[in-house]
Design a protein around this ligand. Structure first.
Ligand SMILES: [Zn+2]
Length: 154
């Protein structure tokens, strides 16, 4: 069997500068559709890790907010290392477009007073959701993304 090539295993995590948005893969389907994957890195790998309550609450928020900001979102999932999220969507967008949508989504996290789907019916670990933690990371990441993606183009 051929060894699978996992894109993130060949990324040098020691040289990236978080937070950032990075296109991590493009798939062309046999019917001609484009599926794009993005690395939404929130914290610096091996230096700052989000607690599970924060990353889990951000997943709940961003699953909804990014779908409202962007067309064609297929999935938004936390990375197991808890330094960010993967976004998979139909159709390619520029990293700047994704960053702008993420900035808007994070503003909405800051305005929220409850975590969506915080119930044993809607979530597999509903007690481990931190609104405070999500907002702390949302605030820090949003400010740095604005510096990186908004000041250069405007
Ligand atoms: Zn959940």
């Amino acid at each position: 069997m051929q060894k699978a090539n996992v894109e993130s295993f060949s990324l040098d995590h020691t040289i990236v500068q978080a937070p950032y948005v990075r296109q991590a893969g493009i798939v062309h389907t046999p019917k001609g559709d484009v599926i794009a994957k993005y690395d939404l890195r929130f914290t610096q790998p091996n230096q700052e890790i989000m607690p599970t309550g924060a990353v889990h609450a951000l997943e709940h928020f961003l699953a909804g907010f990014l779908r409202e900001e962007l067309d064609g979102v297929i999935d938004l999932s936390p990375m197991g290392c808890r330094t960010g999220f993967y976004l998979i969507k139909l159709g390619q967008s520029s990293e700047g477009e994704i960053a702008r949508a993420l900035i808007k989504a994070l503003s909405r996290v800051l305005e929220a007073d409850t975590v969506p789907a915080r119930s044993p019916v809607q979530c597999g670990n509903y007690r481990d959701l931190s609104l405070f933690g999500a907002q702390e990371f949302a605030k820090a990441v949003q400010a740095k993304l604005e510096e990186k993606y908004l000041s250069a183009s405007e």
